[in-house]
Design a protein around this ligand. Sequence first.
Ligand SMILES: [Zn+2]
Length: 688
Amino acid sequence: MTDTHPASENPLLSDFAADFGLPPFGDITVAHFRPAFDQALAANRAEIAAIAAATAEPTFENTIAALEKSGRDLDKVSNVFFVLAGADTSDAIEDVERDISPLLARHSNALYLNRDLYARIAALYARRDMLGLSPEQARVLDRYHTRFVRAGSALDKPAQDRLAAINERLATLGTQFGQNVLADEKSYAMILEEGDLAGLPDFARTAARAAAEERGHPGKFAITLSRSSVEPFLQFSARRDLREKLFQAWTRRGENGGATDNRALIAEMVRLRGERAKLLGFATFAEYRLDDNMAKTPAAVRNLLDEVWGRARAKATAERDALQEMVREEGGNFALAPHDWRYYAEKLRKAKYDLDEAEIKPYFQLDKMIEAAFETAGRLFGLSFTPAKVPLYHPDARAWDVKDKDGRHVGLFIGDYFARSSKHSGAWMTSLRDQEKLIGDTHPIVLNVCNFVKPAPGQPALLSFEDARTLFHEFGHGLHGLLSNVTYPSLAGTAVTSDFVELPSQLYEHWLEVPEILEKYARHAQTNEPMPKALLDRLLATRTFNQGFATVEYTSCALLDLDVHARKDETPLDVDAFEKQGLDAIHMPAEIVMRHRLPHFQHLFSGGGYAAAYYSYMWSEVLDADAFEAFTETGNAFDPATAQRLRDFIYSAGNLRDPAEAYKAFRGRLPSVDALLKKRGLVDVAAA
Ligand SMILES: [Zn+2]
């Protein structure tokens, strides 16, 4: 390759040889990214062209292994870039992101629509039983073949062209959908006076004052349509008229008529997705989407959702009666409405459990919870964590050298826990390098990025119980990356189906609630006393409170998502009528509205990552609840034999096996829904 920009000039293209393989963060500036991307993309294009144009008979080595070894500079540059774009961004990084996103999309499209390359993969796949492949190699070949076929590689040229046009149009519609929701959220604010705030706690008043200031109403209070503003208002505001007004605006995002109305967009997207599925040989989009997931078929998903739905509805009905009783006791002469539910549920929660966030927080210190997550990994998998002094991208980020029980280096773990303005909201796991053994024995570099409140200097960082759960959740994803033990990089760690990837993370949350972990690590920041038993009991008892509501709110969305993407009717979709008929058919309780109504259901229509897949959250919960019971059944939350199977078949296994086979290898059987019903408090209710 002619080298007009020697790699040595750009630190992103250097060999990352120091400090466990970390990028040289101190040498990297934003200006390095664009030229590094250009060079890495060109290099990868040349590699792919050479593999596709080879005149030698296709072999696993010269095609699949060659693809696995290609694109290494692109991976390096992308990993560093997207870590920074998420955790420490800037206007300059956002500029690069806008430029580079379409280039990366085009690069990936060109790969999957490369007909010569697909011909070689298809030839290998046809002879797969005669190639003498190891089970892992057979799995890699299978995954390549599936990915190419699902992207349309096997279609004739006119069909591929139509597919490309559909993809492009869907991308445009998806962006428009999200922008319309945002526009409806931005254009609305309920401006209030001090006297309108009855019931609101200090944190909600402070946020409302800041929101008003930002909107040019200093000294007043604004409630906006973002969930973090709406939900506390609905929960705490004693003003029924204002709750109703706000709830109306919130649930009508995307269907206000005019330029930001999403209903026509939904109809077009559903039609185009159906057409794409048919081009690829499936009867509906739902069948296409689920075929490469653990669930496999819409029927399997519907079975799960149906099993939960009846009980959730019955539980919600009982909850409604309790709330209605509260209304009556207060002298309220009205039937409970959707805008009343959160308010009365919060009152009932307080009356029943008397829990005060301020009482809980001192027991959940960030550093103690990190130690708790580490000790759990030590007891389950023999891992140890030693602080590592290495250069990182931000002073708040910390690193630990992870070793196994024989003292061998496993990987590097980076925790970046505090919120800051340069960080996107939410919490996530990502990596700077994935485990593999194809090119040397490569150890992973895994990150957890969170948004916990940074304490004042000298004060300990305190978490809510939810925050502590988030920490364990992300650490579970982290272990999925760290413990990975595969040869081929495309199978490493979290590269599993979207309805399986939350198993390691949601499962790990269970150990936060194990009594010996809480007793040892949930200690008061001032007194170092463990949490009093009575307080702990009350905290854990709230887990099943209001779960009928939460399950109905969620499951109705999952059912309508499945319905709309399994639609075979060719007539244009009438979104209003469809939603109404769908909800009538499942007897949706009148006092509960879908968590996301179709006109603003961004999981499905803004991008589409969860289209026909919103069920995944519950699918994973079935798995995690059932998987933790494997430990409970032994009477030991750290049972060594169960932990070993968990490591072998789940945490270290990446995508070596079909997810259902992996689960069966761990548990001896497929999961049952019973543990989930127990966890959500839905066992002793008859389906209604
Ligand atoms: Zn997760």
